[in-house]
Write a new protein. Sequence first.
Length: 292
Amino acid sequence: MNVELRHLRVLAAIGDEGTLTGAAHALCVTQPALSRTLAQLEQRLGVRLVERTTRSLRLTEPGTRLYESAHRILGQLDDALADAAGRGTPRPLRLAFVWAALGSHTVPLLRAWRERHPEFPVDIRRADDPVALLRRGEADLAFLRLRPEPDDSYVVHRALIRERRMAAVPVGHPLADRADVALAELCEETVALCATGATTSAELWPAGQRPHTVTVPGVDEWLTTIATGAAVGVTAEGTVHQHPHPGVCYLPVRDADPVTVLLAWPARAAHPATDTFRRHVEQQVSEAGRPA
């Protein structure tokens, strides 16, 4: 198959931008030229990669797989060219997470890494779907609180710590001064759920005792909804350290199962410091005395 880098760049841009117009703008080409390149790629592969209608555009299943592979290939090529050109140290190690990283461990472990491995800086990125970044080669490691799909052979993960579940209630709420709370004491409340990286759903409560829920798009909206008294929330303990809020009180939920925090990385690591960083994280967690 005579597939060229320009074909992969077009598909990567379409997947990133979500529209042909946006992809053409990102690549500084005309939309007709981009459409011709996409059609040429589909013809050479003999498969439809993008479903297009007058109102929407989406990658097909083969298109999604090739889109992720294209990102990895293009990223590896950029790294190889930079290395061949002798442009100094490798690129930064890219670490992704949804909203709470590794909770109270985050700052100490990153400071210790910086002291011990100054030659490998770490770029931290919050993302709605860190696993997708790993598959596309846009992240080297990620902290997760939801396990990847069991058939995802590209991503490897390991349990790090177990975090308590915490209730988040507005300041002045009748439960705010309690030492802890039970799930049953929250079932009459409206519970805010986050659409990205949520560790809580109504299924956390027993059948027949499930609360009314509202879904919000992100952590800022989640915190604001709770602080204004419109809802309460349940989250992992890492949120307490990563997102303190003057209008929100956190207290342990004594009868809810803990949340396991995972470290994930690609099965074929692209960055030379991936394994070293993984061992560093495991050592820091072990020394802190809170392994999973």
